[in-house]
Ligand binder design. Sequence first.
Ligand SMILES: C[S@@+](CC[C@H](N)C(=O)[O-])C[C@H]1O[C@@H](n2cnc3c(N)ncnc32)[C@H](O)[C@@H]1O
Length: 313
Amino acid sequence: MSGSLEPQLGTQPPAHTPVLLEEVIGRLAPRPGEVHLDATLGAGGHAAALLARLGPSGLLVGIDRDREAVELARTRLEAVAFPFRVFQGVYSQLAGFMKLSGLPQEGALDGALFDLGLSSLQLDRPERGFSFLRDGPLDMRMSRGEGPSAAEYLEGVSLEELERVLREYGEEPAASRIARAIDRARRKAKLETTGQLASIVEGLLPRRGKRTHPATRTFQAIRIAVNKELEHLRLALRDLDRRVKPGGRVVVLSYHSLEDRIVKETFRERARQGIWRVAVPDPLVPGPDETRRNPRSRSAKLRSVVRLGAREP
Ligand SMILES: C[S@@+](CC[C@H](N)C(=O)[O-])C[C@H]1O[C@@H](n2cnc3c(N)ncnc32)[C@H](O)[C@@H]1O
């Protein structure tokens, strides 16, 4: 957490530490009176720091598909006491949320932040079903209760599709063996807990190192499939062309190579077309201090672009 920029939150400890906070705020450069989007509110750490800089004449629009995150962020933003609107939903439906916020559909945003992946609120609660370290129901839905859970997904997915998901979304070299082992296990009994899934993978793969649990890639892959994460990301990034005004800034924090590749390629293509200027050619990453204080930040990569057009600074 970056000392001076961390919003004052009273006595409650923050549930999720915002990653690269100074760099995010520096790149978004929020000014009083501007309109900014936080597409992934989480616990509202970045959002509160942004809102504090927008002042009484600005507006922050916040989105999260997780209802609990929206409520937590709302409480933090209320403490800042400047105008904001928060919505539960997916960021690929930004147009609707802009309309509900009274904003024009075209070029209304001065800044947009996407902090991808999961929050500690989700990871640290075994009942959300994301953790292979602590047993819980095999859920993995960011929008709790919406769409099929991981257990339902694993019940219905074909062996071939499961292998593809593990290979592509998990970049798992043992995709075929793991898919077949999951298939054998589900024929015997429905997979209902994260512990069951983790032990299937552990039974097949030796531990690669002290830090990496053998089920890491499998959990990542299934989570991405259950939440259709990459589809939403592709749609949302393309949609930004219309929503951000000339001179507007976009920052994306990604946490694994699949996400980062989509972000990098989308913006490079758009830069070639003269729509965006890539503001950071090489991604910014947390330094040793931050990764020591917040080990979950260690895989983060920050990319940033500026919308080109008449008002580009
Ligand atoms: C890393 S956390 C954000 C943390 C936040 N920046 C903070 O400072 O607390 C990512 C959040 O994005 C949300 N999320 C992921 N995919 C989403 C999507 N397609 N639409 C909306 N929210 C999404 C998750 O539910 C999660 O709360």
